[in-house]
Design a protein around this ligand. Structure first.
Ligand SMILES: CC(C)(COP(=O)(O)OP(=O)(O)OC[C@H]1O[C@@H](n2cnc3c(N)ncnc32)[C@H](O)[C@@H]1OP(=O)(O)O)[C@@H](O)C(=O)NCCC(=O)NCCS
Length: 429
């Protein structure tokens, strides 16, 4: 017996068998349920897609109740501990871990493509001194499509691979230059003798020295943060990449849409809000009053709670450890003590326990970024660099998926119908 759902339409008395596959029914099967040939079939109303699967995907698995996150089947904890960001990028894009030869070739390709056309530098210099780095990143990623018009040929596998390499390679260059613009400092060219993440730090912070040599512990911590952000299945920005990509536009334009989605405070901006709260709390004595305010509904404890995770966000645990490593180098951030105490109190408090509110990825990441001396506007840029391989892996899956179509949701029309138009000359007479 195949799994199915029997639906009885009480408007007509008709019964329908709707097949269930992978815990889902096809929305098109519901469309066959109709009262007569004139009226449209039954549809699903789901703002925010909270219970609608938009694709089949083999990239990332999340079990929010158990606090599990896996990329291509590998637990995030193991990847953060033993892999590197570029290896994880390979895994996400290719679907399997690389051999030594494959890894070396991948790193070589990415390193070789870190430079951008000089015209990119010129137009980035044209932004205002106070331009938000995310706005600059979004514009410059989109602009890459004009430098590589062949990227429009998304049906050619070699061509797709070339653009994926370019994008992963150039994101740190564009991100670092967005930062330098706001600082009024000259742009630093990539140093291809350095690792991916060390080179990024060099482009951010190098001044007059011959070579910028970042502390390896900081490089490792930032690399881990990139790994933690590399994918998170069908979140808002990934959905944006897939939705725009479904028009078969080039991948630069699709990823620029993802950067735009990430720019929004509900997606990429929570870690900045955590920092603001910690600064406002100011010292440990003020925590109980703050917690009471949260329980009274005056505000939220930012960095806690998640739409998917109803358990400790596995990334938060890893970030907490990375924070300790960073503070060994930079000296501790006094806000860390407040964060630790806040977490301890919240995890024992009935309000948070009963609502399954645990620290999420953003609770500690802002503290780390601040220790690196990143201004808050840069936090989301770091997120975007980390998320790029995930966006591209999802885009690749989309363009090769024969079941996919151009994204075009239905609506429930609530406006007027059949009004009679009177020209302005008569209406205003
Ligand atoms: C992430 C978030 C938007 C998820 O929201 P959601 O799944 O829609 O959950 P809800 O808003 O329905 O919250 C469920 C309950 O927990 C409470 N709650 C959720 N997050 C809370 C928080 N951070 N602080 C205090 N209470 C919170 C809600 O008030 C609600 O309580 P109620 O049932 O008494 O009304 C939410 O937890 C939040 O705003 N967190 C803070 C922002 C943040 O850290 N975002 C980064 C996510 S990675």
């Amino acid at each position: 017996m195949t799994d199915s759902l029997t639906v009885r339409d009480n408007r007509t008395g008709s019964e329908y068998d709707v097949p269930i596959t992978d815990g889902t029914i096809k929305a098109a099967d519901l469309g066959k349920i109709r009262t007569d040939d004139e009226t449209p079939g039954l549809a699903v109303y789901d703002p925010g897609f909270v219970n609608t699967a938009s694709c089949r995907s083999a990239v990332t698995y999340i079990d929010g109740d158990k606090g599990i996150l896996e990329y291509r089947g590998y637990p995030i904890e193991q990847l953060a501990e033993g892999s590197s960001f570029l290896e994880v990028a390979y895994l996400l894009v290719h679907g399997a871990l690389p051999t030594k030869a494959e890894y070396d070739a991948w790193v070589h390709e990415i390193t070789y493509h870190t430079f951008v056309h000089e015209n990119v530098k010129t137009f980035m210099e044209g932004f205002r001194y106070d331009a938000h780095p995310m706005g600059m990143l979004m514009a410059s990623v989109g602009a890459l499509s004009t430098f590589y018009p062949e990227a429009a040929d998304i049906k050619d596998a070699d061509n797709r691979h070339m653009q994926i390499v370019r994008m992963i390679a150039k994101m740190p260059t564009l991100g670092a230059w967005s930062f330098r613009n706001a600082q009024g400092k000259p742009f630093v060219y990539p140093d291809n003798e350095l690792s991916y993440t060390a080179n990024f730090l060099s482009m951010l912070f190098k001044m007059s020295e011959q070579r910028y040599e970042p502390d390896e512990r900081l490089v490792k911590a930032l690399d881990v943060l990139f790994i933690l952000h590399a994918d998170h299945e069908q979140n808002c920005s990934t959905n944006a990449v897939r939705s725009v990509g479904s028009s078969q536009v080039d991948p630069y334009s699709a990823v620029a849409a993802g950067v735009g989605a990430l720019y929004g405070p509900l997606h990429g901006g929570a870690n900045e809000a955590v920092l603001r709260s910690l600064k406002r709390i100011g010292s440990k004595e003020n925590i109980p009053a703050f917690i009471q305010g949260v329980k009274d509904g005056n505000e939220r404890l930012m960095g806690f709670g998640h739409r998917v995770y109803k358990n400790y966000d596995p990334r938060a645990r890893i970030i907490k450890k990375a924070a300790e490593d960073v503070f060994d180098v930079t000296g501790t951030n006094p806000l860390l003590d407040i964060a630790l105490e806040l977490e301890k109190i919240a995890l024992e408090d009935e309000y948070f326990v009963s609502r399954k509110l645990y620290p999420n990825v953003d609770f500690y990441s802002g503290l780390i970024y601040e220790a690196f001396q990143f201004p808050p506007e840069m936090f989301t840029v770091l997120f975007a660099i980390g998320r790029t391989p995930g966006w591209l892996a999802q885009w690749l899956e989309l363009v090769q998926d024969k079941e996919q179509k151009i994204a075009r949701p239905k609506q429930i029309y609530t406006g007027d119908r059949q009004l009679t138009f009177t020209p302005a000359s008569e209406r205003w007479a």
